[in-house]
Design a protein around this ligand. Structure first.
Ligand SMILES: [Zn+2]
Ligand SMILES: [Zn+2]
Length: 252
């Protein structure tokens, strides 16, 4: 079953179309043509197993094996149902509603008890296993129940502080980046992560701040930064000389 990221986070109900053995409606799963009944198996006398007695030097050895004639059911069907030929089930397409709990992760398997294939002649039906495939969301990396969101900001925003609009699973939210924020700094938004599967509470949304250093500067920007470095007494590389060397570095 394919789910998108938020469907997996918050849960959903989705229908899956399956082709599988279902109980035959004509005989209601008995395998007998309507109006007829099963009869006792002649081979095993209705016990479903065949006993064999052998004599050996140690005495009598009794072995029991399932009856092949009646598939160990103890009964046989004198007049098999014309729809299912006595099996009690037919193959059919069926839409099954699957309730996906909040918090499932990619590759997890859900078990739907008794929703699988019908058993022969009205036996207990099997279970249906649904493997969940969750499409990734490029904005979030899932770490357990926490979400990691990496947000690039300008170095001026990191130094002076900023208010950012950030994406959450529910929409967008304002995030305050304090002045002097360092690269790699993480801001934790409590309870904005993935709801715990079969549990209470939610994980957190961790916003990791990635500081972008501009690769190329205009002449004005360079001048400002050079005065800034001078003010702070920081040693920086000497300016490249001439318009040709500037052009060369731009095309490298
Ligand atoms: Zn039938
Ligand atoms: Zn039998």
């Amino acid at each position: 079953m394919n789910l998108d990221f938020s469907e997996a986070a918050f849960g959903t109900t989705a229908s899956v179309e399956l082709r599988l053995p279902v109980t035959c409606t004509r005989c209601e799963g008995s395998g007998c043509e309507p109006g007829t009944h099963p009869a006792r198996c002649d081979v095993c006398g209705g016990t479903g197993e065949v006993r064999e007695v052998r004599r050996s030097i140690l005495g009598q050895i009794v072995t029991a094996a399932p009856c092949v004639a009646c598939s160990a059911t103890g009964s046989r069907i004198p007049t098999p149902c014309s729809d299912c030929r006595g099996d009690g089930r037919v193959r059919s397409s069926r839409a099954i509603d699957v309730e996906v709990p909040p918090g499932v992760d990619d590759g997890q398997r859900l078990r739907l008890s008794g929703r699988g294939p019908a058993a022969p002649r009205g036996g207990i039906p099997g279970d249906l296993y649904v493997t969940v495939r969750v499409a990734p969301d490029p904005r979030f990396e899932r770490i357990g129940d926490d979400l990691l969101h990496v947000r690039k900001i300008a170095f001026t925003q990191a130094a002076l502080g900023s208010r950012l609009e950030i994406d959450t699973l529910e929409g967008s939210e304002e995030l305050v980046v304090p002045p002097g924020t360092q690269p790699g700094h993480e801001i934790r938004l409590k309870g904005r992560g993935i709801p715990a599967l079969r549990g209470r509470g939610r994980g957190d949304l961790i916003v990791r701040v990635d500081v972008d250093v501009p690769g190329r500067l205009s002449a004005d920007e360079e001048e400002l930064l050079r005065s800034f470095a001078e003010l702070r007494g920081e040693e920086v590389a000497a300016p490249e000389k001439g318009v040709f060397s500037r052009l060369r570095s731009a095309f490298q």
